[in-house]
Design a protein. Structure first.
Lengths: 140, 234
């Protein structure tokens, strides 16, 4: 894909640098509380379940299911014009947390809630790779 | 829609409701009447939101004068009284919402009604935050005006029209009056005051003594509810 430079690119911060660095390596990280075991995403400095500050990064399975979705048909800016229509979904990861992402390699008419998806990565720049989800192939 | 059978027509009915009032409001940005079919035939922006399910882009601002009830008695304008208010905050990002069909309007509404010593049945006119049509249905239910899943049919059957049981968004709302961004709900407040003073012209709700204003921010994150009344409602 080309023409990502004018898109809204993430600006890694101290709390998210580890996450984006892993994305660059095509690995999806989420947080896990080492006190109560709860997984969470997006990253915070404490556990949203027990308030412990002992949250660590762990590798996510990358598997999940679509909870709900929309098909974006009006590009938010010219940089996204070539992408529409595309699917934005809330995806429940196997570990529990819900994340918002794009579902690619899927016709807008085919997406449905409960659909099994797995993470994939789009390289948007030298520094930034975006996690997206694709339908889990039948061989899985 | 999946859980309660809410239809695109139900959503469209919210937009038509706002436009009907806007057609009676000389200050509204969009005054030309629309039909359910017009909404459904407008281009899709992000499913299930058609263009006419989305609020306007406007410039605008509003102001209110807030003072004590005692001082207000000396003012030339008939005062409107704040009877109750409440806030509720659910999440920061929508991915963290505890539910996509129930919002923190439950808490904000409950707190406001408790302070006012009233219930939904005591409200004569409502200004419900309408950035997009589905938001209105969720808020109507969460504030207690309808049971869960029933707000679509409530609006579609005309209950929120001028002669209905709960006239709603009587200036035309964010969908048809104006939506200048952050000040959006201020127009719900000024419209409620106009209704309670009997200054709403052709869109005046007959004998409106109480009003509810509901605002929402973030992505269904932060909710605030006001209940206002004329002196006799004190």
């Amino acid at each position: 894909m080309t023409g990502h430079s004018q898109k809204f690119l993430p600006q890694p911060q101290p709390g998210t640098e580890t996450y984006w660095n892993a994305c660059r390596q095509h690995e999806l990280l989420i947080q896990r509380c080492s006190e109560c075991g709860t997984h969470q995403f997006y990253p915070r400095i404490f556990c949203t379940s027990c308030s412990s500050k002992a949250v660590d990064w762990v590798s996510a399975s990358g598997h999940g299911k679509v909870l709900t979705w929309t098909v974006v048909r009006r590009a938010v800016s010219a940089a996204y014009a070539a992408d529409v229509p595309y699917i934005i979904a809330l995806i429940e990861l196997q570990e529990g947390p819900v994340m918002m992402s794009k579902v690619s390699s899927c016709e807008p008419e085919s997406v449905c809630s409960g659909m099994a998806v797995e993470v994939s990565f789009e390289d948007w720049s030298e520094q930034v790779s975006m996690p997206v989800f694709i339908p889990t192939s039948s061989k899985d | 829609m999946d859980r309660y059978g809410t239809t695109p027509e139900h959503l469209a009915a919210v937009a038509v409701n706002g436009r009907n009032y806007a057609s009676l409001n000389p200050h509204a940005q969009m005054r030309e009447p629309i039909s359910i079919a017009d909404v459904l035939n407008s281009r899709m922006i992000a499913d299930p939101l058609h263009l006419l399910d989305c609020s306007l882009v406007s410039d605008g601002g509003a102001a209110v004068v807030l003072t004590s009830a005692e001082r207000a008695k000396d003012f030339p304008q008939r005062p409107v009284y704040l009877l109750g208010f409440g806030e509720g905050h659910g999440h920061e990002h929508i991915s963290q919402a505890r539910s996509l069909t129930t919002s923190a309007a439950v808490e904000s509404g409950r707190r406001a009604f408790r302070m006012a010593g009233m219930g939904p049945g005591d409200i004569d006119v409502a200004q419900i935050y309408d950035c997009f049509t589905p938001v209105v249905l969720i808020e109507l239910e969460d504030l207690g005006f309808c049971n869960k899943g029933e707000a679509g049919a409530f609006v579609a059957s005309g209950e929120t029209a001028l002669d209905g049981s709960l006239p709603m968004n009587t200036n035309g709302g964010l969908l048809s009056y104006c939506h200048p961004g952050n000040p959006g709900s201020m127009f719900g407040l000024t419209e409620a005051v106009a209704q309670l003073r009997g200054e709403a012209g052709e869109r005046q709700v007959k004998s409106a003594e109480t009003a509810l204003v509901h605002g929402q921010g973030g992505i269904m994150s932060s909710h605030a509810t006001l209940i206002l009344g004329q002196e006799q409602a004190l």
